[in-house]
Design a protein around this ligand. Sequence first.
Ligand code: OOB
Length: 537
Amino acid sequence: MLPGYQAWPEEFAELYRQEGCWEGITFGEMLRQRADGYGNRTAIISGGEQLTYAELDRRVDQLAAGLYAKGIRQYDRVIIQLPNITAFVEVIFALFRLGALPVFALPLHRKSEIEYFAQFSEAVAYLIPDQDGGFDYRKLAAEVQAEVPSLRHIIVAGEAGAFTNLEDLYIDPVQLKDDQPVSSDVAFLQLSGGSTGLSKMIPRTHDDYIYSLRRSVEVCGLGPESVYLAVLPIAHNYPLSSPGILGTLYAGGTVVLSRGSSPDEAFPLMKEHQVTITALVPPLALIWLNAAAARGTKLTALQVLQVGGAKFSAEVAGRVRPVLGCTLQQVFGMAEGLVNYTRLDDPEHLIINTQGKPMSPYDEVRIVDDEDIEVELGQSGHLLTRGPYTIRGYYKAEEHNSKSFTTDGFYRTGDIASLTPEGYLVVEGRAKDQINRGGDKVAAEEVENHLLAHPGVHDAALVSMPDEYLGERSCAFIVPSGENLTAAEIKSYLRSRGLASYKIPDRVEFVQSFPKTGVGKVSKKALREMLTMKQPI
Ligand code: OOB
């Protein structure tokens, strides 16, 4: 078993198996079954290229052989930082077949994040595109490799230069000799949004993740005729599996991969391929609604528009059906597990005003006060959850786990929520020290630590500020240690440290000192209030 992995206690594992949640198959087997059942159907469409299930299965075998020949073995960790291209899907399934573990980095992550992922997971390989969005990933990879001795291979989709070219790894399939992965094994490491410092790693097993796909497919009504468009970065749990690209493949449907998310890119793809379902974060949904309304666009094949990752305002939610003529599905999920969906046949008031209900009857949710005592129905409190696809601990994080999980195994989501009489969740706020920038999660402490490393910064606090478009943006409050520090200097300093762009504070404010709470801690509440005051700070 993977060291540092906290499995479900045996009594729960037995229950989830007995109840048929955990099917006992691996991702490698799942793809083989689909290739057997749907061989000639189209699995993936990307940039003018198409692959059938049989072709995908074959290419995955070839790539698994090539990765094996490179020395990649069971439980090896491999960082994947690829855009929405077919290679992403081939690489992850090839690693699944080897029992090696993808670590899912996002395209916007930079040196600070990647170096930490590589070091912490002791990754042996790192997969990148040559360049994307004007950024050269080979330069980043060279910098990271210089710092992380475990990183033996840099594999490039595209012009590889001195590194290994991914195309060269598709070789004749071989019978893999080593231990084969089993369904209870960890399949990959997903990243948490983080709140205390750096992102933690989330170990998801074949069993638990495939169950989440099956339930997502059932709830979202997917089948072989479904066509799912992926516009959000597919490394993220939501477009990956809720139902996302993996759920679509589970259902035998067709995945269409889009490099961009703008209406100009997405709408023509949706028309051409008769897309039936896609997933957006709230700011993108707003852009799409405005574009469709202004252009009179009719997306006739679209049946379901999913919106999630951050709170979707009821006002905008109410525009989805009138403007796009499809059903809105709110999705409230987390990479740690629990996913809630509004159901497709729910009455409009639940679809518009709630974030859905858990997808599995075996999901347990509790809403509790600060003392972990359950609140009355309808009251808001901390959301705790436990279930067949919610982790029991982060990877290699024993100390942290005792804070993030209750002694009886409930995950503390950090969300403040309430339950409606129908058992639907309404997200009311957040207790964790995180900023949700339109679905991109920013851990305050991580950014604060970078700010504190600047010699001109005496103290720093990152808080959210309401934003009409993104829902929230970030503001860094800084107590300078000298004079002449500017907001521009702070931002360029953070960029020079290799921080993902969405973590760079949107606003920087200098203050003499921080307001304190009764117990002498920095009062972020008071800082947030300062931002909403009319007069300048
Ligand atoms: C998804 O996953 P993560 O891990 O990036 O972020 C999880 C957090 C939640 O704890 C909550 O704070 C927030 O994102 N969130 C929402 C939300 N969906 C997620 N807050 C309000 N309303 C929503 N609908 O974001 C994720 C994973 C799987 C499916 C969908 C989203």
